[in-house]
Design a binder for this molecule. Structure first.
Ligand SMILES: C[S@@+](CC[C@H](N)C(=O)[O-])C[C@H]1O[C@@H](n2cnc3c(N)ncnc32)[C@H](O)[C@@H]1O
Length: 252
């Protein structure tokens, strides 16, 4: 399963999310509290929103990722920690006793829902947890890279206690299944370069089209109010491989 063994290294490599984090922070400031993050992981986005004074609930299906989030929460200043709630739940089928002004799914995590049924059920859950005029915002990767499954080394990071961890990736596009198989490998060495541990985490991601998503959103009665190609709000145009949907629940 994805995001179990490698959860402890997630933040170390997630260093390129600045624009995306600013985008979701701006939206959360507009909508106000409370907000819900689906696939909250280690809380990379949730902690920033909490620093901005927003109350955030985050759900995730990986207990290892939630464990990291909660460890960070225990060490955070009380004011920030008190605005965060982490819950183990599946984003394709959740029932929380709370409504939200914003529900968001960053880092392309909506693509972990690999069947149209799961995607539609998630949107139904979103609809039933949003206040009228509440926003549902998410981003997906629309590209269909020809990927062969060969390992590619991405980067090496030093570890705080000495030694290094090297992250490599292997992706394979399964066109007939409308899916991408991704494996991330983490090779951990000690300070003398001796291999200590190798972790491989697999992910199976949906290949989606803009039209499929628009159809699902229509059925769930979520109106698309903006569609961007970048987190700096460049409007989406044919050929763009990123689609960032800003949608709203109708009503007063
Ligand atoms: C790429 S990480 C993103 C984490 C965090 N949102 C971020 O942007 O740093 C994807 C997260 O989605 C979670 N996830 C995948 N499928 C899920 C599901 N069906 N329900 C809830 N969480 C899920 C994974 O466990 C993982 O923590």
């Amino acid at each position: 399963m994805a995001y179990q063994g490698s959860a402890k290294y997630y933040d170390l490599f997630a260093t390129d999310k600045g624009q995306e984090q600013n985008f979701y922070r701006e939206i959360a400031k507009e909508t106000g509290s409370p907000v819900l993050e689906l696939g909250v992981g280690t809380g990379l986005f949730a902690f920033l929103l909490a620093e901005d004074g927003i109350e955030v609930v985050g759900i995730d299906s990986s207990s290892a990722m939630l464990k990291e989030a909660m460890r960070k929460q225990r060490h955070a200043p009380q004011a920030i920690a008190s605005r965060l709630t982490f819950i183990k739940a599946d984003m394709s089928n959740f029932q929380l006793d709370q409504m939200f002004h914003l529900i968001y799914v960053p880092s392309g995590s909506f693509q972990y829902l690999t069947t149209p049924e799961e995607q539609k059920r998630c949107l139904q859950c979103v609809q039933s947890h949003l206040y009228p005029q509440g926003l549902f915002v998410f981003d997906v990767y629309l590209g269909e890279t020809e990927a062969t499954g060969a390992w590619r080394r991405l980067e090496t990071k030093p570890l705080p206690k000495g030694g290094t961890v090297t992250r490599s990736i292997s992706t394979q596009t399964l066109k007939d299944q409308r899916a991408i198989n991704t494996a991330l490998r983490f090779d951990v060495t000690d300070s003398r370069g001796r291999v200590q541990e190798t972790i491989i985490d697999w992910s199976y991601l949906a290949l989606l089209t803009k039209e499929e998503l628009e159809q699902h959103l229509k059925v769930a009665e979520l109106d698309v109010t903006s569609l961007y190609a970048t987190f700096t709000r460049k409007p989406w145009a044919p050929g763009a491989t990123k689609a960032i949907f800003v949608t709203a629940k109708p009503g007063k």
